[in-house]
Design a protein around this ligand. Structure first.
Ligand SMILES: NC(=O)c1ccc[n+]([C@@H]2O[C@H](COP(=O)([O-])OP(=O)(O)OC[C@H]3O[C@@H](n4cnc5c(N)ncnc54)[C@H](OP(=O)(O)O)[C@@H]3O)[C@@H](O)[C@H]2O)c1
Length: 345
């Protein structure tokens, strides 16, 4: 699209107000016509190809996420597209016409729209061969999985535990673990997700609702010497995982899918077994590693996606006006894969 053919108006999904009740929040979403924003220096305008719905979007709509925006606004924290306009600075201009993965947590409209304006440094320049649906899900989950997995490598863990293991992020961690010959103990809450993971070749999958869950987890964690755990769920399971692990273990919490505070941590395990309970936040980690390392990692992940070593499972693609149908499908079966909003005509 040439700069002079960019229209004045676009279609966008709009959230009018936060609502703790996800169904009410969902039903309040509308597709509206909005002005297409103009990029200033240090910014780019992207004609969107695709944008996923993630757990952070659900929490955001409920007003339960750490990002709070001025409403009404367009949700969506990440996506993919082509840069069609830029600010006047050299770095931004260099992105014109390029395919990018893009993200934002700023207090402005998000990615669930035909066009999206963001800071130039919130873009990952894409390789030509990459699929734009996969690229829509590149900026958050694969990078987080990489960051988490680096902790397991630094800790020289022979095996890891992951809770909420049916997620796309955990599937990325599994792929990285396979590459490094590190064993994975997967924890899920539904039998059908357990069956699915077994079908996909996972050797160790435990059901957190099983009567003997705690004993089985403890036996396996000690047998495999699983000294690093990644938990996206919170609640009492975090404590059960912590207690079940061998001496010198660490549980890294990176999500709160249960909506519950962490509980059941055994004080004796904490004091006398040198265990650590910590948190992980992608944005902080990206700042810590710096731009050069971030670019190396995103290139490595793009290569892995192109070679089909890792991929995001896509459960369905929806037009903006199908927003309610799309998100209903996603929350009905989160382990079934992401839904994408497809915007490019
Ligand atoms: N800290 C960070 O920087 C960071 C960055 C990226 C992502 N994250 C977090 O990573 C997690 C996974 O994200 P994703 O996009 O990969 O997820 P996803 O593919 O959309 O899947 C969500 C998964 O969560 C499971 N789940 C939902 N509620 C649950 C509960 N109460 N107990 C146990 N499992 C539950 C679902 O299992 P069912 O099929 O059983 O519902 C599903 O497997 C999310 O919590 C997300 O917020 C954190």
């Amino acid at each position: 699209m040439k700069k002079n053919s960019i229209p004045e108006k676009m279609q966008a999904i709009v959230l009018p107000a936060y609502n703790q009740n996800i169904i009410r929040a969902l039903l309040s979403l509308k597709v509206e016509e909005k002005d297409i924003p103009k990029p200033k220096n240090g910014q780019v305008l992207i004609q969107m190809s695709a944008a996923p719905c993630n757990p952070s979007d659900i929490a955001f709509m409920q007003g339960g996420y750490n990002i709070v925006k001025t409403l009404a606004c367009v949700p969506g924290f990440e996506g993919s597209g082509i840069v069609v306009d830029t600010g006047n600075d050299k770095v931004s201009k260099n992105l014109l016409g390029k395919k990018v993965s893009c993200f934002t947590q700023d207090d402005r409209d998000g990615t669930w729209a035909e066009f999206f304006l963001t800071e130039t440094n919130n873009c990952i320049i894409l390789k030509d061969e990459i699929d734009m649906d996969q690229a829509a899900c590149l900026a958050i989950n694969p990078i987080t999985a990489f960051g988490l997995f680096e902790i397991a490598l630094q800790r020289e863990s022979q095996a890891i535990i992951q809770n909420g293991a049916g997620s796309q992020l955990c599937r990325f961690i599994s792929a990285l673990a396979k590459k490094h010959k590190i064993k994975v103990i997967n924890l899920v809450r539904k039998k059908e997700v357990l069956n699915q993971l077994k079908k996909e070749g996972e050797e160790f999958v435990l059901l957190s609702t099983d009567e003997n869950f705690t004993e089985n987890l403890s036996d396996l964690a000690n047998q495999l010497n699983a000294t690093t755990a990644f938990d996206a769920v919170g609640g009492e399971t975090t404590g059960l995982i912590f207690n079940a692990m061998p001496k010198d273990s660490e549980v890294i919490v990176y999500g709160g899918l249960s909506g519950k505070s962490i509980s059941e941590v055994n004080v004796m395990e904490l004091i006398f077994k040198d265990k650590i309970l910590s948190g992980f936040n992608l944005n902080e980690w990206i700042e810590e590693i710096g731009t050069a390392r971030f670019n190396e990692i995103s290139n490595e992940l793009q290569e892995m996606i192109i070679k089909n070593e890792i991929s995001t499972k896509i459960a369905g693609k929806f037009k903006l006006e199908e927003v309610i149908k799309g998100i209903r499908k996603y929350i009905g079966n989160m382990s079934g894969g992401k839904i994408l909003f497809i915007t490019k005509k």
